[in-house]
Ligand binder design. Structure first.
Ligand code: FES
Length: 569
């Protein structure tokens, strides 16, 4: 077959000479007729969840060499969820665009995509889908379980729990600080079923990870073994011309939705899967998450919905054992990076601990997944994760307490004079893709201190932003259209009655239609919106789409393929 890279390296013209000579540096002459494999590496000291990926990249490179390819490490934009401000989501599309362009611009035939922390796997997959060269994801893996005062400490979910305990007065600030060094026990990403773990298992169910690899803990030497095998697979994929467009179909996305539901995964996966599907031209919408996911039981007893952590899932048999339990719900036609159907990789997958991976007759929740809500508050949709919510709040009406920005929320939420009780519905707006900008994870608003002290542990909350995958609560999020884009959320007033009815899939404000239409959007919310005058943030605000379609930029939807661009020499 003719390799893509041959367009740089073949021939005796001056340009081929330049391309070869500058890359030669010790390589044998025949290196330029072999598959050139980019190792798109998100290792960065400022993305601590991915900082071990240089070692993983070396194992991938060994595998590429072994299979007769040439490995080429390509550092790409890396996003550290806990460090990047104002929110890593603001930069997901930028990272995807930069990676796509660098894969297209360089003489590479295939790619291994090294990700981990929340936005890294989604941005790499969006890029690979749009450049459409043979690509395989290698997730960097979760960290090991921490311990604090004799108890397991999960990364992420326990931060929310401990900080609420401090606010409720049941944990001292000193104890809270002491737990800090116990939480991050090893290399790797968050070890709850947060967004990073969710995207790793969802990417495998989608067919883009070598089956059986997602969820391997970062310090486990089997990750390096998997890295070696993934490098070999990348070469095989190039020789078979196994590009994303040749095997990622609607069936692949439906299998990913089944996995998302069965693991009780993060709501962020909805936005990311919609964006990846958009790059591939696969029709997917919010209702597909409802239609496919709602019939799937939650079998993984993992935080934040359950008890255990990611290394427990791996010990218990891993994703393949879990998927084997819901095999009848998977589409057998969906293929993977191996060229074989996902279901063919489930043969022999065994559950070793039925407390962690529950049997079908004893699920953590009978119906998992994400519920798509609509109503006069969210005409284009909103989502709620029942596995993270309180059953007694799934049908609830209460007066709104409205906040016009995250700063407004922080300034007033603990005010003893704030008129709020357990029946109130907390509303936070101006936090959507355009509004913040970047749709931050603020929807799981902390509860008012006075209610926490009174023993209240959950309230209905409504927001046009996102929620951390490690968080829990009865939170209606991704409200679309967002307030800053003219959504009705901008017109809600404190005291309006808001009704959530998850069974009916509704979120409404009890205000007559004509009155709501006549109201002006909140001036305080509009005044709080940033108005960047240049750079990425300006481009982002002008072009970002709403959450119900994946919050991609409108001009990045679809694929430009891998066509080699013009020569300049
Ligand atoms: Fe990186 Fe949680 S902060 S995965």
């Amino acid at each position: 077959m003719q390799l893509r890279s041959a367009q740089w390296y073949t021939g005796d013209q001056r340009n081929s000479y330049i391309h070869r000579a500058w890359m030669r540096r010790g390589l044998p002459a025949d290196a330029f007729s072999r598959p050139q494999i980019a190792i798109a590496n998100t290792a960065s000291d400022l993305t601590p969840c991915n900082s071990h990926l240089d070692e993983v990249a070396r194992a991938v490179a060994d595998g590429v060499h072994t299979a007769g390819g040439v490995p080429l490490v390509l550092p790409v934009v890396s996003l550290g969820e806990t460090q990047v401000r104002p929110t890593a989501m603001l930069w997901r599309n930028m990272a995807a665009m930069a990676t796509e362009e660098m894969l297209r611009a360089n003489p590479v035939d295939g790619a291994v995509l090294l990700g981990g922390c929340d936005k890294t796997i989604p941005s790499l997959l969006m890029a690979a889908a749009s450049v459409d060269i043979p690509s395989v994801v290698l997730p960097g893996g979760p960290m090991l379980t921490g311990t604090f005062r004799g108890q397991p400490l999960g990364c992420g979910t326990d931060v929310w729990r401990l900080s609420e305990e401090v606010r409720a007065g049941t944990l001292s600030p000193e104890g809270f600080t002491l737990s800090e060094s116990s939480m991050i026990r090893s290399r790797g990403h968050c070890n709850t079923m947060g967004t990073a773990s969710t995207m790793a298992v969802v990417a495998e169910a989608l067919g883009t990870v070598m089956p059986g690899v997602a969820g391997t803990p970062a310090p486990d030497s089997r990750l390096l073994e998997a890295a070696h095998a993934t490098g070999r697979l990348a070469v095989e994929m190039v020789l078979a011309d196994r590009r994303p467009s040749t095997f990622l179909t609607r069936a692949s996305f439906e299998n990913a939705i089944v996995a998302l539901a069965a693991v009780g995964g993060s709501t962020n996966a909805v936005v990311h899967l919609l964006a990846i599907a958009g790059r591939l031209g696969v029709e997917l919408d919010l209702d597909d998450f409802e239609r496919v996911g709602a019939r799937v039981p939650v079998l993984a007893d993992l935080q934040p919905a359950g008890r255990f952590l990611m290394d427990d899932l791996h010990r218990a048999g891993g994703l393949l054992a879990l998927l084997n339990e819901v095999r009848d719900l998977l589409d057998p036609s969906a293929l993977t990076v191996t060229g074989q159907p996902l279901v063919s990789h489930l043969n022999g997958a065994t559950v070793y601990d039925p407390e962690v991976i529950r049997p079908r007759e004893r699920p953590l929740m009978a119906e998992g997944g994400i519920r798509a809500l609509r109503g006069n508050l969210a005409p284009s949709g909103a989502v709620i994760k029942p596995a993270a919510a309180s059953p007694h709040l799934m049908r609830h009406s209460g007066p709104a307490v409205v906040f016009d920005s995250i700063e407004d929320f922080r300034a007033r939420i603990d005010d003893p004079d704030l008129e709020v009780d357990a029946s109130s519905v907390l509303v936070l707006r101006g936090c959507g893709p355009k509004g913040y900008p970047g749709m931050p994870e603020v929807a799981n608003m902390p509860l008012p201190k006075k209610l926490l002290e009174a023993g209240v542990r959950d309230m209905v909350r409504v927001c046009d932003g996102r929620m951390s995958g490690t968080a829990y609560g009865t939170v209606v999020l991704h409200v679309s259209p967002e307030a800053a884009a003219g959504g009705p959320l901008a017109k809600v007033r404190t005291g309006d009655i808001i009704t959530l009815d998850v069974e009916a899939r509704r979120i409404d404000v009890e205000v007559p239609e004509a009155e709501l239409a006549a109201r002006e959007p909140s001036r305080a919310m509009l005044d709080a919106l940033p108005r960047p005058r240049r750079g990425w943030q300006k481009l982002y605000i002008e072009h970002v789409m709403q959450a119900d379609t994946g919050a991609d930029l409108d001009f990045l939807v679809g694929s430009s393929g891998s066509e080699v661009t013009r020569e300049s020499h």
